[in-house]
Design a protein around this ligand. Sequence first.
Ligand code: SF4
Length: 598
Amino acid sequence: MFLPATPEEMRKLGWDRLDVILVTGDSYLDSPFVGVSVIGQLLLKAGYRVGIIAQPDADTADITRLGEPALFWGVTGGCIDSLVANRTASGKKRRGDDFTAGGINNRRPDRAVIVYANLIRRWFKATRPIVLGGIEASLRRIAHYDAWSNRVRRSILIDAKADFLVYGMGEKTVLELAARMHGGRSVSDVKGLCYIAAEKGIGKVELPSFDEVSADPSAFTKMFLDFYRNQDHRTAKPLCQRQDKRWLIHNPPMPPLTEAEMDEVHGMDFERSVHPCDRGRGKVRALETIRFSIPTHRGCYGECHFCAIAVHEGRTVSSRSEASILREAEKLASLPDFKGYILDIGGPTANMYGFECKKKLLQGACPEKRCLYPSVCASLRPDHGRQLSLLKKLRRIPGVKAAVVASGIRHDLVLADRKEGLAYLGEVVRHHVSGQMKIAPEHSEAKVLACMGKPGRKGVIAFRDLFLRLTAKAGKEQFLTYYMIAAHPGCTAGDMEALRGFASRELAIRPEQVQLFTPTPSTISTLMYHTGRDPFSGRTLFVEQTAAGRERQKKLLVAKKGLLRYDTPQLNQTAKEEESWVKTKTSKKKPRRNLPKR
Ligand code: SF4
């Protein structure tokens, strides 16, 4: 059932007051892909009366429509950080919004978490605690560099004047918080929680203060690395950071969900639809994909430096059981508008389902070592056996014509699995690709790939050859799509030129899926973007920060020959600019930044 979103729906349930009111920056979609809906349904299952206010109108009393909760308010910006949702990588306002009914980007404010928390305080003085959650809060939980204002900002908990912040996926933390608040007990040691305190207490790792990290890039780097190394629930210590006269307390993370807990979450009865009060506004584009897709796992140990998943979902992959996934597929197949196609069966990285590093599960993720970079760690032992079995069984479900693996695949994991990798790829190529398979080499040049934490080009070519061979054997006509990034820290126009050469010579393509690097808060790449240094080696990096330079990098890769004379004086000019930028950087003079613009 939908959680009540109107007073009439509360009345129908016989509820005169709610325990928890959740406020979100998306339209209200009841789906296992939508965090606020999962949290709401779990709280309901645990016996709390929960309601949802989606995209409240800040100019009216809309936020008061469900009254005041007895326990707490839960506030999220939605499935995407509101600034990423509202602005392009070039800083321009986006016109569309896939998580808003009608698809027009006119209902989610910038910094939605702060706006909604203020809205609550405006209408309800001295109200129940405000608890922030979701990706926007999670990525901005400590002092962070915010590219949209080009400055280091305080924890969003302080800027929003809220009481608590739940980071990560949040299910167990929110349930624990609710139980303790309900019982009148202290919440100060709840895992996965941040809060503000007058004193720092004892036994915590003290991060450099907000004032220090705002003024000094090397203090910012130290803060970030201390933070990043304390994100595994088995090894993390509590953190604290002075922000003005108060202390931000960052408790260690909650353990990731077990298989049984994952099954419990995904076994709940979601409507997989948009709430009736939003239906009249038009379609929600995101629903077209997620309505008939199945998440098999969460978390990612790829740790690509530009990606926020490791910071939000964690480095440990939690998988559902095969039985739970098959039950969900049967349920989808029974829906009247199901056309026989499961549009995606996957997770952050499709082929991380079903295996994890045993050492990590027992002792925690290695603090100084990567699971996949510079090559696949010997302790990981990739095994696509469970995925193979799952895909075979999915195809046998009556009513399912195809289950597509549309999430990205890590090609290095396939190649590293000597036992099942070939069989897995063969199976996917024969039955689970809808015309094209996505992989994400992101670049070709070793120094740029090192800045991204991505493996080298040799694996891409080996995987491409294997894919083409298996595709030919299956008698199919299908393609590989390569995702690339332009203007990543450490990437020069010359590197984009080299990437173009690699793509046309070695891959025989002109890339179309090219993103401009977006400095999302709390990623390693954003740290590089802000400080102009590689945090691990201390090396100064070229960082393209001008709007024109960033666009030029993208054009160097995508423009048809003749439209952009990328191999003429323009490139020489760019090389000079890069040289002078590095000189400026090493002379400690702050470079002029004009990107992203508001
Ligand atoms: S042993 Fe290897 S796979 Fe396991 S956590 Fe450490 S780096 Fe990752």
